[in-house]
Every structure is written in C-alpha cells, then in structure tokens.
Design a protein around this ligand. Sequence first.
Ligand SMILES: [Mn+2]
Length: 359
Amino acid sequence: MEMTLRWYGSKFDTVTLQQIRQIPGVTGVITTLYDTKPGEVWSQERIHALKEEVEASGLHISGIESVNIHEDIKLGKPSRDQLIANYIETLENLGREDIHLVCYNFMPVFDWTRTELARVLPDGSTALAYTQKAVDELVPEEMFESIAGDTNGSVMPGWEPERMAHVKELFEEYKNVTADDLFENLKYFLEKIMPVCNQYDIKMAIHPDDPAWPVFGLPRIITCKENILRMMKMVDDPHNGVTFCAGSYGTNLNNDLPDMIRSLKGRIHFAHVRNLKFIDPNPETLNFEEAPHLSRCGSFDLYEIVKALYDIGFDGPIRPDHGRMIWGEVGMPGYGLYDRALGATYINGLIEAIEKSNK
Ligand SMILES: [Mn+2]
C-alpha cells in the first residue's frame, strides 16, 4: 500500500505540496485539474505540467480524483457519445503521462451530502456531520446555501457553482430515471472506456455514494456489496474496479466493511480510510459525525479495515480521508493538513504492525 494525500492543486488547496512532503511515509498525492468541467478534455500539456509541479516537490501523482462524469452520461442522453469520446481522450492523455488510476463517481446531481461542515466536537475541534432531520427539512436546491457559510471561503469539491445553478432542471431530468437505468448507463459508459483502460493500464475506481442510500429521491447505486458485485460483473474487466471508501460505505450500518473488502479482492484499486461516530444509528433520526481516524474515537475498527486490505493483497494507493479542523487551522472542510497528517501516520502505524505480525 502506498500512503497518499488528496491535493486539489496549488490554485485551490490550502495545503502545500511541501507540507505534504513532510508527513512521514506519504510519497504520493491524489490530485485533479480542479478547474476543468465535466465533459471537458484534459490536455496532455496540462497533465504534464501538473505532474512536473508535483514531482518537483519530491512527491509523485499516484492517481486522479476525480475525472468527473457529465450528467448527460449518467442520464443516458444522446449527447453522451461525444462526452464519452472526450472522457476517452482524457484517459489517453493521462495514460501517456504514465498515470494509471482514476477515481470517479456516478452520483446523480449531488456529490457527498453533509448537513454541517463545522460541528464543534467536545474537544473543540470541528468536523463534518449529518443528521437525517436536517436532510428531511431541506429543499434540495437550498442545500448548498444552508452549508455554504461554513466553507471557510474555500471551494467545495463536488459542489461546483455551475452544477448547483442547474439543480432544479437536473431534478426534473432524473424524475423518471430508476436505479436500473443508472446501472445501464454506467454499463454503457464502462464498456466504451474499457478498451482505452486496457491499452494504457488505467484502473477505474468508482467511488461509493455518500451517504450510501438514495437522497432527495434520486437513484443511487454504489451503496452496498450486492450492488458493487453487480457492477463488476456487468463489465467484468479488472480495470473496472472500486475506490473502497470506508467513510462512505460506513454511513450505512448494514455494510460490514471488512467483509466487503474481502469480497472485492483484486478489484479495489484505491482506498479511503476514515472513521465515523454514530451519535444516533436509527435511520429515521440518524446522526453521525466524522471522527478522528483512531478506532476508539469512532464507530469503526480501523485495524480490521486495514487488516482486510492487507489480507486481500491490496497494494494500491491508500489515503486518510476527511479530517477535522484542529489546532486553529482554517482550511477546506474535511481537507485540512493536521488531522489528515495524523490519520496518515496512524494508518501507516497499523500497516507496519500488521505487516510485521504477519511475517
Ligand atoms: Mn471517499
């Protein structure tokens, strides 16, 4: 496993490559061209420049998170063929620059959903949190405004203003789209891109829906073991794999995380490891917050999660996921430096202990 950190690029991230370089055991970044729009071709020149910038700091690019999928592809509209052709061109350009991992998601309209970006925890740190009550009371179009005050002036990954401006129309378009339709549209997309993934050995790693159930009546499919196995079977190619995101699958307490990992042997290409703390696990009154990575601080056993990844021979990039804001840091919600550095260090400690005890 290679320890990495997500980095949004020098124009957008509050954390620098030099800071990431100083976290013990972190050798790569997972990055993106954040100012490109879904459907746009990433030029080889821009990818090359990004790669040179990262390498000049002593790190390297371990993968891309994300190359976003245009809504028309998810909706299966006639315009998807041109958009998929553009996606393929982006994959070719990434492959030519020796980048072999692409994380993406297939969530309609919204990326991740939280109802608070800065809930104050008992120790004075702040974290992202979710309550079902707040979601039930929300008008989806107003979701962004309701949390925008807590973004610390930074960008909100997955909540691009262009996309948010069209939320109403998008809801209209998704009205008759079922989960089966979404599976079909994903299959269509994957079948078209697999040849180029094979040519350049690019591993596609779909990110789960977060939280792992349909929100606001929109269909969501990457939520549980049964559905991921269905997805892998419908396009049965090792390049069609998953990002195992513990925090996203973990939102649904029916998901047994170590068991899911073991059943995905050979198809996990990227791992996000984080902890959640359930204040109220009852679905109707659900309330959880993002916790420090350490097992005893949350509801998950991180040792069992990392052990399962080790046992299936996972050797791809792994990263700590969202961190809290601690020590007075002001940064992008979930993506500050300090708590993620603690997470990376803790996970590296688990990996070292597991490796040594298995020798
Ligand atoms: Mn994740």
